[in-house]
Design a binder for this molecule. Structure first.
Ligand SMILES: CC(C)(COP(=O)(O)OP(=O)(O)OC[C@H]1O[C@@H](n2cnc3c(N)ncnc32)[C@H](O)[C@@H]1OP(=O)(O)O)[C@@H](O)C(=O)NCCC(=O)NCCS
Length: 114
C-alpha cells in the first residue's frame, strides 16, 4: 500500500457500529484462526458491555480493538494467573477480546495506540 509520509497524522478513531459488521468479518477472517458467530459481531457493535474502537484512515477501518471491563473473578483461571495477586476478586480488569491491524500497516504503532 503506497502511503504519504504523514499518513499517521490522518488516522482517526471512532466507535464501531452495526454497519461495520461486514468489514469486520472480512478483517477477522484474515487476522484470526477462529470464525466468530454472527451473535459475536452483533454483541461487539451493539452491547454497551463492550468497548469497541476502530482506527480509520480515509474512512476505512485499518484496525480495531474490542475490550470488556469485568471483575477479576469473571476471568478464566488462565487469564487470572497473569494478574498480580494483589488484586482481589472484585477488582475490575480490562479484558481485550480482540485486537488487530491490517497487515500492510503493522509495525507503525497503531496496535499500541488502540
Ligand atoms: C498484534 C497486532 C495488533 C500489532 O499491531 P501493530 O500496529 O503492528 O502494533 P504496533 O506497531 O503498535 O506494535 C505494538 C507492540 O507489539 C509488538 N508486536 C507487534 N506484532 C507482534 C506480534 N505478532 N507478536 C508479538 N509482539 C508483536 C511490537 O513489537 C510492539 O512492541 P513495543 O511497543 O514494545 O515496541 C498486529 O500484529 C495484528 O493485527 N496481528 C494479527 C491479529 C492478532 O494476533 N491480534 C492479537 C490477538 S487478539
Amino acid at each position: 500500500m503506497e502511503m504519504p509520509s504523514d499518513w499517521t497524522r490522518c488516522i482517526q478513531f471512532r466507535l464501531l457500529t452495526p454497519s461495520d459488521v461486514p468489514v469486520l468479518k472480512v478483517l477477522c477472517a484474515d487476522w484470526f484462526p477462529i470464525r466468530y458467530p454472527d451473535s459475536w459481531y452483533k454483541d461487539i457493535t451493539g452491547d454497551p458491555r463492550f468497548h469497541s474502537l476502530a482506527a480509520t484512515y480515509c474512512g476505512s477501518i485499518i484496525g480495531f480493538i474490542v475490550s470488556e471491563v469485568k471483575p477479576k473473578h469473571k476471568c478464566s483461571k488462565e487469564d487470572s494467573k497473569i494478574l498480580s495477586w494483589q488484586f482481589n476478586n472484585r477488582t475490575d480488569v480490562a479484558y481485550i477480546l480482540s485486537l488487530g491491524v491490517i497487515r500492510e500497516l503493522r509495525g507503525h504503532g497503531i496496535g499500541n495506540i488502540l
